[in-house]
Design a protein around this ligand. Structure first.
Ligand SMILES: O=c1ccn([C@@H]2O[C@H](COP(=O)(O)OP(=O)(O)O[C@H]3O[C@H](CO)[C@@H](O)[C@H](O)[C@H]3O)[C@@H](O)[C@H]2O)c(=O)[nH]1
Length: 320
């Protein structure tokens, strides 16, 4: 947010359900160009009002906790799928130039309701892009776990170490992509500047096992690693996939990310049968088991770059 304001945005509108968080942000940033709208993406009229006169929309509103979406899948459908459709439609109606929707690796070969509804959100975006007839460019960005994000495992491990408790590990072999908040923000900025309708941008990332992550956290706080093994939670996978085989077959490798252009085939069945789809034989998906695997020393170094960890260890902040 601070970055957008310092880049000279005339106005930044925050649309969310949580008035307390909005107030905290207002007090922290104190900038007249920041405007707050309380609302829920499920409420179409309210989204329409919030998008009027806006140039760019970044859509991150979601139910994103895997276990809660497993127990309340219909709520996930309402927010993640139908709410996203409201955002795209309202943006098109308001003549917004670009909409970027935030997706997750859990949307690829999904096994849980959170991932399934995020996959549907992506499909809604691609269907709008394919339909055309609008000047609004709709695109998606997809990435793995953002380190130290709210409610994620890293702040939990730090709190457990701080309180001399064993680290609760689901399955030490489980792998996850690890990326920084900075990388995720840069990908969104890239999408706003470069997307063509229906593009999907996927951030490349290193991966690690949860067991090594727990060891690295214990190491940097200089305590022996003590684990409390919980077992795999509802709806969890041992590894995540950022790009499916089918997408890999048409992905463009852009160095630090992949661009996956929209599949433009239409519903003309004979055309589909005659020409067939893209060959996926011999193409591998991009997942947290075959991505570069960080070892404990590398994870330790990475953790020491995180502002939250530096603050916990009373280390000086790094220049950004
Ligand atoms: O007490 C715990 C909690 C979690 N884990 C493991 O740590 C890893 C990361 O867990 P967590 O930080 O809860 O993230 P995910 O469940 O992987 O999901 C997060 O990362 C996704 C991207 O993959 C986002 O889309 C989700 O919104 C976000 O919650 C997983 O392997 C968990 O099994 C533990 O070992 N112990």
């Amino acid at each position: 947010m601070a970055r957008l304001l310092s880049a000279g945005a005339a106005q930044v509108r925050v649309y969310s359900r949580d008035e307390a968080k909005q107030e905290a942000m207002r007090l922290r940033l104190r900038d007249d160009r920041l405007r707050f709208h309380v609302g829920d993406v499920r409420d179409r009229d309210s989204v329409v009002r919030a998008t009027r006169g806006i140039d760019f929309v970044f859509h991150a509103a979601a139910l994103k906790q895997v276990p809660s979406c497993e127990f309340f899948p219909l709520e996930a459908i309402r927010t993640n799928a139908l709410g996203s459709a409201n955002v795209v439609e309202a943006s098109e109606r308001a003549g917004v130039a670009g909409v970027v929707l935030l997706s997750t690796d859990k949307a690829v070969y999904p096994v849980n309701a959170m991932g399934m509804t995020k996959a549907l959100m992506e499909k809604v975006a691609y269907a709008h892009a394919r339909a055309g007839g609008t000047s609004t460019v709709v695109s998606c960005v997809r990435y793995g776990n953002v380190m130290y994000s709210r409610g994620s495992v890293l702040p939990l491990f730090v709190e457990q170490v701080r309180n001399s408790r064993p680290l609760t590990v689901t399955d030490p072999r489980m792998t996850r992509f690890m990326m920084s908040l900075g990388d995720s923000v840069r990908l969104v900025e890239h999408a706003f500047a470069n997307a063509r309708p229906g593009d999907l941008f996927v951030q490349k990332a290193n991966a690690c096992t949860v067991g090594d992550l727990a060891t690295a956290v214990s190491d940097i706080f200089d305590v022996p690693t003590k684990l409390d093994l919980l077992g795999v939670r509802h709806g969890e996978k041992l590894a995540e996939t950022l790009v499916s085989r089918e997408e890999m077959a048409r992905a463009e490798d852009r160095g630090d990310h992949f661009r996956i252009p929209i599949d433009t085939r239409d519903l003309n069945y004979s055309l589909y049968v005659d020409e067939g789809g893209t060959q996926v034989d011999g193409v591998r998906d991009y997942n947290s088991d075959n991505a570069h695997r960080l070892g404990v020393p590398e994870i330790r170094s990475l953790l020491l770059t995180l502002p939250e960890i530096r603050a916990e260890l009373s280390l000086p902040a790094r220049a950004s």
